[in-house]
Design a protein around this ligand. Structure first.
Ligand code: TYC
Ligand code: MN
Length: 294
């Protein structure tokens, strides 16, 4: 793909790597048609949105735009490799964005004002508009799921459908205890810590994690621990809530609450799923999402 100039400046798209192998010599005319090599590459770019250069990856050639929304400290490449690789390139054009201060959307350093979910929601919708999409479906994990709920409530004409998992609309004392337990990055498992340390460096990761814990903790002091409870009745798009029944970070009552307050939403439980169910059970998750979005 030629370099693409994107509105608002920033770098052009850059070829990252080819994810689908080209048609092999064995696949010739006369045999069953090989899957067309739709959008076989992943490109990445940066666009200036709301005064910040936002980084994204993009893949697929389909008519249905899908935005992948990462969790706390996450970005496209850390959070969504199996979705970028395997969601249908024919049905979807998939964009994975890095929220400001995360992944490759730095500078600026990340901060957590009380409206950080609203800010992320506006940033990602404005990014999709800058990329010339008229509508998109949202796939939001954890903090990205909270951002998706806010975006769906505030930009109802832009959001087509939404899938969220590991999200919460409010913060309880129990949640706050869990947050305190992940505050110190040096206590994380090696497997969780290493990729993020490689991306951010040790001190930025440690500092930003502590700031996130303080940032999400702010909601505990609001009435009912409110993050986005007041917005749930405004969500109009078809919504699928996925929940891992063994999620140690986000208790089941959060999924039930969102299900009860988003009109017409569906709740799908994955009995063996934990917080990272879309990575651990990627095939099952991707199929569920593809069926729901069609
Ligand atoms: N919301 C966090 C994320 O975006 C995950 C998390 C949820 C961490 C609940 C702690 O108590 C917690 N990945
Ligand atoms: Mn129901």
């Amino acid at each position: 793909m030629a370099a693409v100039r994107l509105g608002g400046g920033g770098g052009g798209a850059r070829r990252l790597r080819v994810l689908l192998s080209p048609v092999t010599p064995g696949m010739r005319a006369g045999r069953s048609a090989p899957t067309a090599a739709f959008g076989s590459s992943v490109t990445s770019g940066k666009v200036t949105v709301n005064g910040v250069q936002l980084h994204y990856q993009r893949t697929g050639e389909g008519p249905h735009a899908v935005l992948l929304m990462p969790g706390m400290l996450g970005c496209g490449e850390t959070d969504f490799a199996p979705q970028i690789k395997s969601l249908s390139k024919k049905l979807f054009t998939v964009v994975a964005w890095d929220p400001r201060g995360y992944g490759h959307s730095r500078p600026p350093d990340r901060d957590f004002p009380l409206d950080f979910f609203e800010r992320d929601a506006k940033d990602c919708i404005d990014l999709m508009k800058a990329l010339k999409f008229q509508k998109a479906s949202l796939l939001g994990w954890s903090d990205g799921g909270i951002t998706a709920l806010v975006a769906a409530a505030k930009f109802p004409t832009f959001v087509h459908k939404m899938v969220i998992w590991g999200a919460n609309a409010y913060v309880t004392e129990e949640d706050d205890r869990i947050y305190q337990g992940i505050r110190d990055v040096s206590q994380w498992s090696e497997k969780t810590r290493k990729p993020l340390e490689a991306l951010y460096g040790r001190s930025y990761l440690a500092r930003t994690c502590e700031q996130w814990v303080d940032g999400i903790g702010q909601f505990k002091h609001l009435p009912d621990g409110n993050i986005c409870r007041h917005l749930l009745p405004l969500v109009r798009c078809p919504t699928l809530i996925v929940h891992g029944e063994k999620d140690p970070l986000v208790p089941r009552f959060h999924a039930d609450y969102i299900h009860q307050h988003v009109a017409g939403s569906r709740l799908h439980l994955i009995p063996e799923g934990k917080h990272n169910l879309h990575l651990r059970f990627a095939d099952e998750f991707n199929k569920l999402v593809e069926d729901f979005l069609q």
